[in-house]
Design a protein around this ligand. Structure first.
Ligand code: NAP
Length: 247
């Protein structure tokens, strides 16, 4: 528990839209004071934080590019000053561009690894030094890692790295009573998934899981809420594949 403030504190990276926005809203509903992190979408992040505050919960929007060490350190400092020490870290920020490996530019490779891997690394390292004991960390992998579809080589490589971080970091935090898990969503109807796909491609993905629909951001927010909450106290170092049974 925070000594300076009442509510437990959660940072959600990449929370200006999509899954992160749903996670921020859900954690606020569950009683957390929430940091709505974003890199560039300030009006969306501000609007989300204002909407959360209108419900009576605490929220602040904090700009920080997770791939930058200094930005991440500042985000933790602002959080501590305004809300208190961090209890929950949700490493949701991520990018996806599907390109065959042979056609992938150096710039796209660097951007994908910088945000998905270095971004997660930066917040984990900061969290190790600054999080409250008894906290929860939820990283983001992807079910695409199990599908091996063409075009996903670099993205899947970044998510494999995040899964590796998850397993090892859970053990490195021995003695702190902090759990480290990851959620690996299947296709979720957000701009990351929908952009650049034809209606036909979207329908093909929607039919893949035996539950025969695309996931919605709230389907993942509820899984994150479970992993961040009291009921998941004994779940540690695991990857939870939330994908309607796709893989
Ligand atoms: P999204 O709708 O594109 O949202 C991505 C969020 O990340 C935005 O809020 C964006 O904010 C933020 N972001 C991007 N780069 C950032 C950076 N450098 N620093 C801080 N924030 C940054 O994506 P989504 O679908 O919700 O995906 C969320 C996570 O789920 C990702 O890790 C993704 O890999 C994973 N995932 C998604 C799916 C899916 O089907 N949607 C499936 C499996 C896994 P700004 O605009 O401000 O940059």
């Amino acid at each position: 528990m925070n000594t300076l403030h009442n509510a437990r504190v959660a940072i959600v990276t990449g929370a200006s839209r999509g899954i992160g926005a749903a996670v921020a809203q859900r954690l606020a509903k569950d009683g957390f004071a929430v940091v709505v992190n974003y890199a560039s979408s300030s009006s969306e992040a501000d609007a989300l934080a204002a909407g959360i505050k209108a419900t009576g919960a605490q929220a602040i929007a904090v700009k920080a590019d997770v791939s930058k060490t200094g930005d991440v350190r500042r985000m933790f400092e602002i959080t501590e000053q305004q809300l208190g020490k961090v209890d929950v870290l949700v490493n949701n920020a991520g990018v996806l561009k599907t390109v065959p490996l042979a056609d992938t530019s150096d710039a796209l490779y660097d951007q994908t690894f910088d945000i998905n891997v270095r971004g997660t690394f930066n917040t984990l390292r900061e969290a190790a030094a600054r999080m409250n004991d008894g906290g929860r960390i939820v990283n983001f992998s992807s079910t695409t890692l199990a599908l091996n579809m063409p075009g996903y080589a670099v993205y899947n490589a970044t998510k494999a790295a995040v899964e590796a971080f998850t397993h090892v970091f859970a053990k490195e935090l021995r003695g702190r009573n902090i759990t480290v898990n990851a959620v690996a969503p299947g296709p979720i109807a957000t701009s990351l998934f929908l952009e650049g796909k034809s209606e036909e491609q979207i329908q093909t993905f929607a039919k893949m899981p035996p539950l025969q629909r695309l996931g919605q951001p709230d389907d993942i927010a509820s899984v994150v809420a479970f992993l961040a909450g009291a009921d998941a106290a004994w779940v540690n170092g695991q990857i939870l594949r939330a994908n309607g049974g796709l893989a």
